[in-house]
Write a new protein. Structure first.
Length: 119
């Protein structure tokens, strides 16, 4: 019987059970595949509450996304409109403007809530 995860021991047991289920060749809509789906949701919720992952700073997010998309800092200059702006932004000397945030969200698909953080 699947129950809410309320403590670390139950969390560890749920992780163990998910691992065991992942090793099997589960058929869709089977009892075990439903159990794994429910346990995965419970584990995720427990982790979100007890082990939150901090959002990256805007500069970390921009650098990471450029790397992920195999883009260079020159590509960032094209997005922001000027090479000097790119250098000032990445060095932290200049803050992102609203128009820059909109462009970065559109071109690099970085969530606006990450880009508007104080840094």
């Amino acid at each position: 019987m699947v129950r809410p995860i309320k403590n670390e021991q139950q969390y560890e047991e749920a992780l163990t059970r998910v691992y065991v289920l992942l090793q099997k060749d589960l058929k869709p809509d089977s009892k075990e595949s439903d159990e794994m789906e429910i346990l995965s949701i419970l584990v995720k919720e427990y982790e979100n509450e007890h082990y939150p992952v901090a959002q990256p700073s805007p500069l970390e997010a921009i650098r990471f996304r450029l790397e992920q998309m195999n883009m260079s800092e020159a590509d960032l200059s094209e997005i922001l409109g000027a090479r000097s702006r790119k250098s000032e932004i990445l060095s932290g000397k200049r803050k992102l403007s609203l128009s820059m945030i909109r462009k970065l969200k559109e071109k690099l698909n970085i969530p606006a809530d990450v880009l508007i953080q104080v840094y």
